[in-house]
Write a protein that binds this ligand. Structure first.
Ligand code: BDR
Ligand code: CA
Length: 492
């Protein structure tokens, strides 16, 4: 009996690691990516929305819609992260945009309306499929019921619908959209399981004890964490183990012509690349190349996913280049030897929860302290009187995550328009694609300016204002408070 796909909605702020989360969510069999919404964070809403469209098109998912969410946090000025993701939010080495511009526009309308409709429809579909499965099992005189066994299920479900029957809402940016969604449509908390990349149990990144996504909109995080929805949190402690080493980058970039070495190819074997790749890798080269990609072929290479060394391609080269930029900024800002690829880990949890070790615990979000607003206070030892509300990931099988990602890269490579000869997209922003980028530039700038005007004119959201009424006297948590540290800056 075929298992129904897991419907997933991805809310993100691309962002280099968000881009790989999109790729993973859209190119994993067994997941159905319903749509993508954006949230201001790594860059302005205008920029991350464009980036989401660009990424989807580049990875061959131009049938997936994007809807723009909130331009700013519920109560605070936007917090951007150009020091890690560049001015475009998705810079390539040397700065500037790497991906060709998508000709598409985001869907009209409010993100929460679009998301709620998609979730409701997918949930109803799940119910129908489950009923059909039960009927089939009864006809066959099977054990009946379908139950949890027919689905992979996580340990986070806390209310009536088992996790396997829920739509997954994966959030890899600030939780503003999610908070509004669950506030305006509380009935959705019976239909979704939320999986977030965010928070930390101890040391933060953009502040001593705060992680960027939660720091950006602590009030929204508080709403989500206290909503009662089944919630899994993938904290920094875990994503900081998923490092995009040169070996991983070589495996993503493909073997031959891209600076892959015998050593890197051999190491790539540890993440699912066949051993014979080492022999094919050619002369040793110490550094990963930032040279131009090989010419696109009219029939893109389509290796068996994750089972064999893949040949280099313009698509693979482009993804590698994006991650090289990310590696450079992580080295500069955080002195990381290799950059942690945070966001796809949350998607990987939906795909393979068995790769993860988790513990349910009480997690509260600090919203008042000027020192630590945005901190996820994790009751690891169960000392709180309040009930556990979050399934916190403690550990992950890192190799398993890379395997999933490399398989998804291989599938994306097989369908990416970047590999098609004769298209502007094929050359990326380095060649013919640059001309397409230039001609679209003026319109893009105008659109960005228009959307940034919206960002500036938007005010705080009433629901959150009510929620935090009691906190108004605390400190307001503006810049210079608990978050400040890693260089991210509030854009008033
Ligand atoms: C998170 O912050 C963002 O910069 C990344 O995309 C990720 O979602 C890590 O703290
Ligand atoms: Ca992100």
């Amino acid at each position: 009996m075929t298992r129904p796909s897991i419907p997933v909605w991805l809310d993100c702020d691309p962002g280099h690691d968000d881009a790989t989360a999109i790729l993973l969510a859209g190119h994993t069999p067994g997941l159905e990516l319903l749509g993508v919404s954006t949230i201001g964070g790594n860059q302005t809403l205008a920029k991350v929305t464009k980036n989401a469209l660009d990424v989807l098109d580049a990875v061959g998912l131009s049938h997936i819609d994007v809807v723009a969410g909130q331009p700013r946090p519920l109560m605070r000025p936007p917090l951007l992260c150009p020091e890690i993701h560049g001015d475009t939010g998705l810079d390539g080495p040397g700065g500037g945009r790497l991906l060709p511009r998508s000709p598409r526009s985001p869907l009209p309308g409010k993100a929460i309306t679009v998301i709620s409709r998609a979730i409701e429809a997918a949930y109803e579909q799940l119910q129908r499929e489950r009923t059909g499965q039960q009927q089939q099992q009864q006809q066959r005189g099977g054990e009946g019921g379908g139950g949890e066994g027919s689905w992979r299920s996580s340990s986070s479900s806390s209310s009536s619908s088992p996790s396997g029957e829920r739509v997954r809402l994966v959030c890899t940016g600030a939780l503003t959209n999610a908070a509004l969604l669950l506030t305006v449509y509380p009935e959705l908390s019976e239909m979704v399981e939320v999986v977030i990349m965010g928070g930390c149990m101890g040391v933060g990144n953009t502040g001593p004890v705060v992680e960027f996504n939660i720091q950006t909109d602590p009030e929204a995080a508080k709403i989500v964490f206290e909503s009662g929805v089944p919630l899994t949190m993938v904290p920094l402690e875990v994503t900081h183990t998923v490092l995009a080493t040169p070996q991983v980058l070589a495996a993503i970039g493909g073997i031959g012509g891209m600076g892959a070495t015998a050593a890197t190819a051999a190491a790539a074997g540890a993440v699912g690349i066949a051993a014979e790749a080492a022999a094919a890798a050619g002369p040793a080269s110490a550094a990963l190349s930032t040279a131009a990609p090989p010419p696109p072929s009219s029939s893109p290479v389509a290796p068996a996913a994750g089972t064999a060394a893949a040949a280099a391609s313009p698509f693979r080269h482009t993804i590698q280049q994006l991650l090289l930029f990310f590696a450079e900024t992580y080295k500069r800002v955080f002195r990381f030897e290799h950059p942690p690829l945070h966001d796809p880990v949350a998607v990987a949890y939906v795909i393979r929860p068995d790769l993860f070790e988790c513990r349910r615990m009480r997690v509260d979000v600090e919203t008042c302290s000027s020192l630590s607003y945005g901190q996820t206070v994790c009751d690891v030892w169960g000392q709180s009187a309040a009930p556990p509300n979050v399934n916190v990931v403690l550990q992950v099988d890192v190799e398993g995550v890379w395997r999933l990602l490399l398989e998804a890269v291989a599938r994306a490579d097989a369908g990416s328009p970047l590999n098609r000869a004769g298209t502007g997209a094929a050359a990326g922003a380095d060649g013919a694609g640059a001309a397409a980028v230039a001609s679209a530039g003026a319109a893009a700038v105008q659109e960005q300016q228009r959307q940034q005007a919206v960002v500036v004119s938007s005010g705080p959201v009433g629901a959150a204002a009510l929620l935090l009424e009691g906190c108004r006297l605390c400190d307001g948590g503006r810049d210079g408070g608990g978050g400040g540290g890693g260089g991210s800056s509030r854009a008033e």
